[in-house]
Write a protein that binds this ligand. Structure first.
Ligand code: NOJ
Ligand code: NOJ
Length: 483
């Protein structure tokens, strides 16, 4: 045990302390309040009273849809957000959240270990979801989903690095990474071994629908291995460190196959699925770029030309797909960007029946996060070459702040040029335009479900979706890091 307190959910990371309501139409103010609400509401879904401590409810909804489970993906994503907030907050905030956060993570580790050791139909770490009691879910499902163990490894690797920095080496070596091989009894090592040996194996995608090789899954596997390699090295497990790093490099080499030069975007699944997904264009690619962002091992970051090309394709496609997207300005004339769904052709509504797909909060927010992160990355570049991949999205962004400016493929922006700051502020404005879309469909108190209806704009499917809240918190957080 690292901590002994029994404090209730209350992590605020300092910036949340003031929640003075504002009547202003300022999207920045709204985002701060939405972040505070989301942070609280996400925590309300952690360690439900009828489950094990450390379980993360995908949503409290028990029917249409029943999301009353711990999805390994959603759980890891949630914990990673908390670790990130801890990472970037100041010393005072760190001191105030430290104990509760340590306790939250420790419980999550214990629950994750239970998941790893509970026999499931998958017979391995790729089991997608568990009852919150820790019991295996034994109904039919899309198994395995191999992004899950990668995401779990990544959050715990990052957490282990914090713990080492704070003098908890014994716990790290004992519970998180024991270096045991071929059998490990520690959570990270078990997942990393699995990922390193099985990333080539086809599996189900994050939407739990398609069996194949997925951009999203590969990106999660790569970053887990790349960051895991440096943890292994620190802990003296040099052979494993080399192996994980080699496998991460092998994944990188295989990623080119997802680029479709004719379509001018990164496709989501290989081989191309056809059927209900003929375009193979999926917001999962953007979610992957945003979620796997790593300062230690950057790859396909949000400022990557191919990622921007894909963002542009998604933006354009969804703008015309959903009727609510005909609204493009607030009454005060500020731009509202389209609500973004999972992929064109989606029919999942979250209810008992399938119908027509809708925009999702977490997809729309992923686009916002991509904009803020891209702005941050580009700000540090000495020159930016405009090309047919980035041209579309860049112009979409720049025109928000300077309607007469047009960036032409073939030209180069140097750090000192007049257009260079326009690009950064344009990307921030683009992120804000996606946030205004979210504001339009969110509840007054900041509640977010999974989807909002493409015709009426009303929230639908699972209420209080943890992942929606996490996406809101992170979008606002990255906004604050770049503005
Ligand atoms: C089908 C949906 O498309 C998928 O995303 C979802 O996870 C499952 N049904 C279970 O609700
Ligand atoms: C359905 C989504 O398709 C999947 O990605 C997610 O893990 C579950 N819902 C739980 O939120």
């Amino acid at each position: 045990m690292l901590t002994t307190t029994n404090s209730a959910h209350s992590l605020r990371f300092a910036r949340e302390t003031s929640r003075t309501p504002t009547t202003s139409d300022n999207v920045a103010d709204w985002a701060k309040q939405a972040r505070a609400a989301a942070l609280e509401k996400a925590q309300a879904n952690i360690s439900p009273p009828d489950g094990q401590p450390g379980a993360v409810l995908a949503s409290p909804s028990r029917q249409d849809p029943n999301y009353y489970y711990h999805w390994v993906r959603d759980g890891a994503r949630t914990m990673r957000a908390f670790v990130h907030l801890y990472d970037v907050c100041d010393a005072e905030a760190k001191a105030s959240v430290r104990e509760s956060l340590f306790e939250m993570l420790e419980r999550y580790v214990t629950f994750s270990k239970l998941n790893q050791t509970t026999p499931t139909l998958t017979r391995g770490p790729g089991e997608p979801k568990f009852y919150v009691t820790g019991q295996a879910f034994d109904g039919p499902w899309g198994r395995p989903q191999n992004d899950a163990p990668a995401q779990r490894a990544l959050v715990l690797t990052r957490w282990a690095k914090h713990l080492l920095g704070e003098g908890h080496e014994r716990y790290v070596r004992g519970v998180l990474y024991d270096g045991g091989w071929p059998d490990s009894f520690s959570v990270i090592k078990t997942d990393l071994e699995f990922v390193a040996h099985n990333w080539q194996a086809p599996c189900f995608d994050l939407w739990e629908e398609l069996h194949g090789t997925h951009f999203f899954t590969r990106m999660q596997q790569r970053v887990a291995l790349a960051e895991g390699a440096s943890l292994a090295r620190t802990l003296g497990d040099g052979g494993a460190a080399d192996f994980y790093a080699e496998q991460a490099a092998a994944i990188e080499a295989a990623m080119d196959a997802f680029w479709n030069p004719d379509a001018n975007y990164l496709v989501s699944t290989l081989p191309a699925p056809g059927g209900f997904k003929p375009e193979n264009l999926d917001t999962a690619v953007l979610i992957a770029s945003a979620e796997t962002f790593s300062t230690e091992a950057p790859f396909y970051t949000p400022d990557h030309d191919r990622v921007l090309a894909t963002a542009f394709a998604l933006h354009q496609r969804f703008a015309s797909l959903y009727r609510i997207n005909e609204v493009t300005r607030t009454s005060a004339g500020e731009p509202i960007f389209p609500g973004i769904g999972r992929y064109p052709g989606d029919t999942y509504t979250g209810g008992a029946e399938r119908g027509e797909g809708n925009p999702w909060f977490l997809c729309t927010l992923a686009l916002a996060e991509v904009c803020y992160k891209a702005a941050r990355q580009l700000r540090n570049r000495s020159s930016i070459a405009i090309n047919p991949q980035n041209e579309g999205f860049f112009n979409l962004a720049v025109q928000l702040v300077s309607p007469d400016t047009r960036l032409e493929a073939g030209t180069t922006l140097n750090a000192g040029s007049q257009e260079s700051p326009l690009l950064t502020s344009g990307l921030i404005a683009a992120g804000d335009a996606y946030l205004r879309r979210v504001r339009l469909h969110a509840a007054q108190d900041g509640s977010l479900s999974e989807q909002f209806n493409r015709e009426t704009g009303l929230m639908m499917s699972a209420r209080d979706l943890t992942w929606s809240y996490v996406a809101m918190v992170l979008a606002e957080n990255w906004r604050s890091l770049v503005t």
